[in-house]
Design a protein. Structure first.
Length: 295
């Protein structure tokens, strides 16, 4: 209502009378007078000097003319930018992704998407821990595993196997575990996800499911660094095929305990529980799904 009254105030100042402003806006003279009085009450000042024949701006009125023009111009510009961003592929997208996946797959998707849509800018935040989508202002997050927050909107990007693997140099020195229980005798590189340690590794499924506690001399919250430690021969690691698949294919890492691995884990896209999703976010999400489907 304040913005509407400011617009009416500018019309009165431009037309030079309440009657002319009423004619311009299609309001009654009484309504125009009442809304001007409401605006003066709001600011606690008189905005026009009135006589029976004319009105003129007071000093406070002249100040408000300049300020109202500036404010209304900014509001119009903001409205245009928001509506434009909702209808076309432009504006900022804030994305959260695991470190390894973000540096690889998600980074490639961002490069392709921004090249095709130069009016879009993307801020990528890399973290292997929990993120608060709403509190931290993310439009989209990618995470492995089942999502327990029922308030979020979820879209599946497929399921991927986690490999237990180690470098040939490590296996040459310490041998390879033949069963999951053998991991107790090995140096396992452990990931930290937020406040939780990933130090209980899952094997098998159903009646054959096993949860094996592991330990080692290195713990880190950076998936890229733990992969580097594994490649350097410092221990055994548990990582997604999306992160170490190429290392296994080229022999830099050796996959272990293949007969005991659990079912593949889902990779999920998460969105805040908002009512409307900008087209740029929906388009980027679709682009990411196509990329994951081609892997």
């Amino acid at each position: 209502m304040l913005l509407d009254n400011l617009r009416l105030f500018l019309t009165i100042a431009e037309k030079g009378s309440l009657v002319a402003a009423a004619r311009e806006t299609g309001m009654s003279s009484t309504t125009v007078s009442e809304r001007l009085a409401a605006l003066e009450t709001h600011y606690g000042v008189v905005l026009f000097n009135r006589t029976t024949r004319s009105i003129s701006l007071t000093e406070e009125g002249r100040v408000l003319v300049d300020g109202a023009k500036s404010v209304l111009s900014e509001v119009t510009d903001l409205d245009t930018r928001i509506r434009h961003g909702a209808e076309t592929l432009s504006g900022l997208i804030r994305v959260s992704a695991p470190i390894d996946l973000g540096r690889g797959v998600v980074s490639d998707v961002i490069a392709e998407f921004t090249e095709e849509n130069p009016a879009v800018s993307i801020e990528l935040s890399l973290s292997d821990g929990y993120v608060d989508l709403v509190g931290q202002g993310f439009d989209l997050a990618v995470r492995f595993g089942d999502i327990t927050d029922s308030a979020l909107r979820i879209r599946n990007l497929g399921s991927y196997q986690r490999f237990v693997c180690a470098a040939p140099i490590y296996l040459a020195s310490y041998g390879a575990p033949e069963r999951p229980e053998d991991l107790a005798n090995h140096n396992c590189l452990v990931m930290r996800f937020g406040g939780s340690l990933d130090n209980v590794w899952e094997f098998g499924a159903g009646a054959e499911r096993q949860l094996i506690p592991v330990k080692g001399n290195r713990i880190v919250n950076d998936g890229s660094l733990i992969r580097s430690w594994a490649l350097a021969g410092h221990g055994i690691v548990l990582k997604s095929e999306l992160d170490v698949g190429e290392d296994v294919r080229t022999g830099k890492l050796v996959a272990l305990l293949g007969d005991f691995l659990p079912p593949p884990k889902p990779l999920q896209m998460m969105f805040p529980p908002s009512r409307a999703q900008p087209r740029r976010v929906a388009a980027f999400a679709q682009h990411l799904r196509r990329k994951m489907g081609a892997i």
